[in-house]
Design a protein around this ligand. Structure first.
Ligand code: MG
Ligand code: ZN
Length: 219
């Protein structure tokens, strides 16, 4: 007998994700699931993003990590409601973990919720967290091979943030090639170059978030 564990796990996850999506919609919360490999700069990007948005929006962050509260501490320091989820070695977040994290967030006073997934380009892409949009952060030092090597991740994203573009002069990363590889895999996805360090490219990213938030809040 063969038991299809993967499919039943994903079916369970989908039920929770559907319920989450309904609850987020009811509360007019824009939810962004941010994925990347470890070290692509998700947390630095979020810190800067929250600084740009926090005058206009009330922001929450769910921080997924294998261990420690280091990232949550950095996010909390810029004034967002923050919940740390330690997966205890688990390599992705699932919808049940987000349900648990939500118990510690005040949904009535949130406009935007960022979910920082565990740094991993493989399985996080398979788990719906009830988000409105999936975003992948790819950073210049990771090189050009990541898009073709991790097709599942890049096929399921709506936006790729190409981070650390301040390093482009020192490395061989080819931005045009990355855009071409992405459009082959996923023609509807956009690539947005930016630097969480210098702030270059952030205007377009902040505009993108505001447009998505407006879209869900239209009466
Ligand atoms: Mg992080
Ligand atoms: Zn995993």
């Amino acid at each position: 007998m063969r038991i299809d564990v993967k499919n039943s796990v994903l079916a369970e996850n989908q039920k929770s994700a559907d319920a989450l999506r309904e609850m987020f919609a009811k509360n007019d919360i824009l939810v962004l699931n941010i994925m990347s490999s470890p070290g692509a700069g998700k947390t630095s990007l979020l810190v800067k993003t929250i600084q740009e948005l926090s005058k206009e929006y009330r922001i929450g962050v769910i921080e997924g990590d294998l261990a420690t509260t280091l990232d949550a501490d950095r996010i909390r320091a810029v004034g967002a409601q923050t919940v740390q989820l330690n997966t205890g070695g688990g390599c992705h977040l699932d919808a049940r973990m987000v349900e648990k994290a939500n118990e510690h967030l005040d949904m009535d006073v949130l406009d935007i919720l960022f979910i920082e997934n565990v740094g991993n380009l493989v399985c996080p892409s398979g788990y719906d967290l009830g988000q409105n949009h999936k975003i992948v952060v790819l950073s210049v030092p990771e090189g050009n091979d990541k898009i073709p090597k991790y097709p599942h991740m890049f096929r399921r994203t709506e936006l790729v943030l190409l981070n650390k573009i301040d390093l482009l002069p020192y490395l061989d990363f080819n931005t045009e090639q990355a855009a071409q590889d992405l459009s082959l895999l996923n023609p509807s996805s956009a690539i947005l170059p930016l630097s969480a360090k210098t702030g270059e490219g952030f205007d377009a990213w902040i505009r993108w978030i505001k447009e998505k938030r407006d879209a869900i809040c239209r009466p």
